[in-house]
Design a protein around this ligand. Structure first.
Ligand code: G6P
Length: 607
């Protein structure tokens, strides 16, 4: 989604902004621009496409030590230079960058046009620049404060005026903004990655808060100009974590990082003596946890698939009725909050609007919602009633990989914790821990054989349609495998329960539609083999993801990839990684940009 970066300090603002915008590239965007304040007036440069285009247009850089920049992901208006941010009032006096959506922009625009204002873009954002011009007396901060009550919708705004050079004003409602505190320099950004190269000291703004930054100070207040004292936080991430470190792409790096990230998600969270889990962030006493009678997960995309697996486990192993729902659906269904329910909002970014708004709706109705996020200090992490961080390090590639396996890890620990409070014996707990702790080693074995997946992808990348089929705990893995393929290779893929194909999808089977079956050696293996035979009988091509030595499966399939034999509960980890690799290699084969797939954004902050 859109990204904001602002800078005040001694450096050339254009270079700092370009550097920051490049760090935001991963979030997904289609055009970018900067506004550099000079002694007299300001200069706005915008380009569609890559940040490279903007950088070339800037040449050696514009002189000026203060400015704002933006990467845009189109919502209102096509991808054109006119629609790219920053937007101005037309007189080169006021410039703004905006994330979010101004829902009442048309009404505001009509009104402003009646007053003679000429609009140059078809965005909702441009109204903010014109409103500032209309309301400005002698303070940009006051002008922004005055127009905020007029804006309906969501925003993270950074605004500048040529009348007050060296100053940036920001306001937040529903779209993140963070202040970066350097030595003799200040930053304003929508994401800490944009400022990490310069400072690790940050202040997160909350909704309803505003900020004014100059090179040597920042001032935070609410919309009534009441000063708000904010806590300075230290970002734990190292700069290397947001660099490729020799890998061809972030996605490749993040797939390989899973050996470590799963381990990190476990660190300090398993108590071998008591054979149970320890998740301090839940903020719940054992007595409260014991009273939980049902669990609900709300999430979107890949996080939803992790939530489905989590719920399967919690129900099957911990015997707690559990159910995962798409957050976008929960918000508008007027949900009933059942007593003794516990909700989890699962989100890598912690900013996904669908999940955030659903969480707020549930909280409004009295639900206790815990967050399961990766990004520290993100809105869901801060607004939830407790929660657990994934600690997977920054995930930069749009298609989520390592966050998924870390989310699974937390659900496994949660399951262990609940199961041990109920019927699980010490011995059961120890076996469960042993299984979970074997995951990193198995993942390493799978990654060591990545070339086999690459060869398979080369063979199949030319097909236009795929079915991904699994059952039980691996049914959501099939959904995730299909999602990964769609996201980065643009090959049409459907994920289904293998049992369900006879109720419709089997009509799609022909020689041109390969079916990829996930076949662990669990209680459903023989049932899945029957499903494979149904496909084979209709001349469908069969790819199997099976367990080492299972030649019964390999004999039926056209091609088989093996994963190590393991405890049946941990197969989702072992099955998903080859599917991530399969999507990755198919995308490479087809020449796609794996890190920034078309039309997608890493963090979707609009509904
Ligand atoms: C976007 C991303 C997906 C991600 C989903 C949920 O659509 O492209 O990769 O799974 O959002 O994101 P979250 O940050 O809430 O996990």
């Amino acid at each position: 989604m859109c990204g904001i970066v602002g800078y005040c300090g001694p450096k050339a603002a254009s270079q700092v902004l370009i550097e920051g915008l490049k760090r935001l590239e991963y979030r997904g965007y289609d055009s970018a621009g900067v506004c550099i304040l000079k002694d007299s007036g300001f200069k706005v440069i915008r380009r569609t496409g890559k940040i490279r285009n903007l950088q070339e247009a800037l040449g050696d850089g514009e002189a000026g030590n203060c400015g704002i920049g933006h990467t845009r992901w189109a919502t209102h208006g096509e991808v054109t230079e006119e629609n790219a941010h920053p937007h101005t009032d037309g007189n080169s006096e006021f410039a703004i960058v905006h994330n979010g959506i101004i829902e009442n922009y048309q009404m505001l625009k009509d009104d402003l046009e009646h007053k003679g204002r000429v609009f140059r873009s078809s965005t909702d954002s441009e109204v903010i620049a014109h409103l500032l011009a209309e309301h400005y007396r002698d303070s940009l901060e006051q002008a922004l404060r005055d127009i905020i009550p007029l804006l309906k919708g969501t925003y993270g705004i950074a605004a500048v005026t040529s009348r007050e050079p060296g100053k940036i004003i920001g306001a937040r409602n529903g779209s993140p903004l963070v202040i970066g505190i350097g030595e003799g320099e200040m930053f304003l950004a929508s994401d800490v990655t944009a400022v990490l190269a310069y400072t690790k000291q940050v202040v997160y703004l909350n909704d309803g808060e505003m900020v004014c930054i100059t090179s040597d100070e920042y001032r935070t207040c609410d919309v009534h100009d009441r000063i708000i004292k904010k806590q300075v936080e230290l970002v734990e991430w190292e700069l290397e974590a947001i660099e490729k470190q020799g890998f061809k792409s972030f996605m490749e790096k993040e797939i390989y990082e899973q050996v470590d990230s799963v381990q990190r998600a476990c660190q300090g969270r398993i108590n071998p003596e008591a054979a149970t889990g320890h998740l301090g962030g839940l903020n719940m006493l054992p007595g409260e946890l014991r009273e939980i009678e049902r669990i609900r997960v709300i999430a979107a995309g890949t996080s939803y698939h992790a939530g489905m697996i989590g719920c399967y486990l919690l129900e099957k192993v911990a015997r707690i009725p559990s159910f995962a729902e798409l957050s976008s659906e929960v918000r508008y269904k007027n949900p009933v909050i059942e007593p003794h329910s516990l909700y989890f909002a699962v989100s890598q970014s912690g900013e996904t609007a669908d999940t955030l708004y659903a969480m707020r709706e549930l909280q409004r109705k009295g639900a206790k919602v815990l967050g399961l996020c990766n990004v520290i200090g993100s809105t869901i992490a801060r607004e939830s009633d407790g929660g657990v961080y994934l600690h997977s390090g920054p995930e930069i590639a749009v298609a989520s990989t390592k966050a998924f396996t870390s989310q699974l890890t937390i659900f496994y620990i949660l399951t262990l914790l609940f199961a041990r409070m109920k019927h699980y014996s010490l011995e059961d707990g120890l076996k469960f821990i042993e299984a979970l702790e074997s995951v990193p080693g198995h993942l390493q074995t799978i990654l060591d054989r990545a070339h086999q997946v690459e060869a398979l992808a080369k063979k199949y990348a030319g097909f236009k349609d795929f079915l991904f089929l699994g059952r039980g705990i691996n049914y959501p893995v099939a959904l995730e495998g299909a999602l990964k393929l769609k996201e980065i290779s643009y090959i049409h893929a459907e994920g289904y329960s293998a049992a369900e194909i006879k109720h419709g999808p089997i009509a799609l089977i022909n020689e041109q539609t390969p079916s990829l079956f996930i076949v662990p050696d669990d209680h459903l293996r023989d049932k899945i083999i029957s499903n494979m035979k149904e496909v084979k009988a209709r001349r469908g091509k069969l790819i199997a993801l099976a367990v080492e030595g299972d030649y019964g499966v390999a004999d039926i399939a056209d091609d088989t990839l093996f994963v190590p034999r393991a405890h049946e509960l941990i197969y989702p980890f072992l099955m998903v990684v080859p599917l991530q690799l399969f999507a990755y290699y198919c995308a490479l084969e087809l020449g796609c940009n794996v890190d920034q797939p078309r039309n997608l954004a890493k963090s979707v902050t609009v509904e």
